[in-house]
Write a protein that binds this ligand. Structure first.
Ligand SMILES: Cc1ncc(COP(=O)(O)O)c(C=O)c1O
Length: 457
């Protein structure tokens, strides 16, 4: 029998996270204070985040020790298995060798607990009593709910309204893990009320939910805010995915020619890709592809600009690819990919030519997800199907070219709580959304008065 799973023991789990900040080909431009437009110091972030996480956010240290308490809890689901997708290879009749890292094995069903656990731990150490956050599909909110429960911290989640209605079971998972979940925009915050005044039927967006969560955090000194993607410290925590994958690819006797991840704020993609991107920065030839939905084309159609992370302009200005903080994407089922911005580290590496962004329409992603489910068995989250669809494209290209490529992708989460989206697909109720340029131009108008990064095109 041929090997399909490459497994590491707890003892082989990496003991340090990787921080790509130490290896960036171009130095990062700093975040700016939302009021003054001047570079943000650690003290400016202190009302929102605990100081130990702020230190990680600005750290240029290449390797960061993972505390023993985090390793003990990581061991609930880590190391995660690496699979050789032999059945998918056969179904596609491709000469490519396809591998995927299965992050769906965590109790919450995705990669999100890798950073939720770390953030809950560092908040606990700093004395935080309550954490607020936003969630799109509910993967992040449920992950944070679980990890707050591990450390006895209260958790409050603002869930984008469209997903709140589409995914009731995610809300119940949050409740099971002891969190309080509210549909956003809500009447509980000033930000929510001002949005509802302008648009009572707003489907919500991650930008709006972040505004609500940040507002609640800054109004109480024992409450902090946690973000599930975008920021540097999140990318650091997620690097455990790629570090494990490197050891597992070595066990398999292969090295990837192509690395693929879906990208909402960039964290599962970066988690898998950054340790390999270090090799690319040092001369290796790897095609590293970040995949986004065509209806929220942050990387492929958004400029590199300074923008707020949220709708009501409370967060620092970050240098990133963005569609504008007021951009509201079509209500596609991949809720976790409906974010207007992209991680500054991912954005910078796109400018540097280390990462290649691609956008894919919704229907192609479901079609690919079903091919994957009918060959490998696993049912993917709609976000994750973007990585699956790109993998299928690359595998078919390898077939056309008659090339024996090695493709590695991040299977970022299962879709067992997202079956309503599959039902919409099967019943013919899903459509592709072409985004008119005028809609992007209108949203980008809000950036005109903001400071510009030096590398703005
Ligand atoms: C399964 C899954 N994959 C991918 C994403 C996208 O987020 P990120 O780009 O931070 O990995 C999400 C976000 O909710 C998700 O739930």
């Amino acid at each position: 029998m041929k090997t399909q799973k490459f497994l590491l023991t707890e003892q082989e789990m990496p003991r340090q996270w990787y921080n790509i900040m130490a290896d960036m080909p171009t130095p990062m431009e700093p975040p700016l204070h939302p009021g003054t437009g001047q570079p943000c110091g650690p003290e400016d972030l202190a009302p929102i985040f605990p100081m130990n996480l702020i230190e990680q956010e600005v750290s240029t240290q290449q390797w960061i020790d993972i505390p023993e308490e985090i390793l003990d809890k990581y061991a609930i689901w880590r190391p995660s298995p690496l699979f050789r997708a032999r059945n998918l290879e056969k179904a596609l009749d491709t000469p490519a060798r396809i591998y995927f890292k299965n992050e769906g094995v965590s109790p919450a069903g995705s990669h999100k607990p890798n950073t939720a656990l770390a953030q809950a731990y560092y908040n606990k150490v700093a004395g935080t009593k309550k954490i607020t956050t936003e969630t799109g599909a509910g993967q992040w909110g449920s992950s944070l709910a679980m990890c707050c429960s591990f450390f006895g911290i209260e958790c409050k989640v603002f869930m984008v309204k469209i997903s709140y209605n589409q995914k009731p079971y995610r809300r119940l998972m949050m409740e099971t893990w002891g969190a309080n979940c509210t549909a956003s925009p809500s009447t509980e915050t000033k930000a929510g009320r001002s949005i509802l005044e302008k648009d009572p039927d707003s489907p919500g967006s991650l930008g709006m939910a972040i505004s609500e969560a940040v507002e609640e955090a800054v109004s109480d000194e024992n409450t902090k805010y946690a973000l599930g993607s975008v920021l540097n410290h999140v990318m650091i925590h997620q690097s455990i995915i790629g570090l494990e994958a490197m050891k597992q690819m070595e066990m398999a006797g292969d090295y990837p020619d192509v690395i693929i991840g879906s990208a909402g704020g960039g964290s599962n993609f970066a988690g898998l890709a950054f340790p390999f991107a270090r090799d690319k920065i040092n001369g290796k030839n790897i095609d590293i592809i970040a995949v986004e939905p065509t209806s929220c084309p942050t990387m492929t159609r958004g400029p590199f600009a300074y923008d707020f992370g949220d709708t009501v302009q409370m967060t620092p200005l970050l240098p990133m690819h963005t569609l504008g903080h007021n951009f509201v994407p079509a209500p596609i089922h991949a809720g976790g990919l409906r974010y207007h911005g992209m991680a500054p580290l991912v954005s910078q590496l796109i400018l540097d030519g280390i990462i290649r962004p691609e956008a894919i329409h919704q229907l192609e992603t479901f079609k690919a997800g079903i091919t994957f489910a009918r060959s490998e068995g696993y049912i993917s989250a709609p976000e994750c199907n973007h990585a699956v669809a790109m993998t299928v494209r690359e595998a078919l290209k390898a077939k056309e070219e008659g090339k024996e490529k090695v493709i590695l992708f991040n299977w970022s989460g299962h879709g067992l709580v997202d079956m309503a989206s599959y039902e919409s697909y099967f019943r013919g109720n899903l459509a592709d959304h072409d985004l008119p340029q005028e809609q992007i131009d209108a949203a980008l108008k809000d950036l005109e008065t903001l400071p510009k990064p030096k590398q703005a095109k």
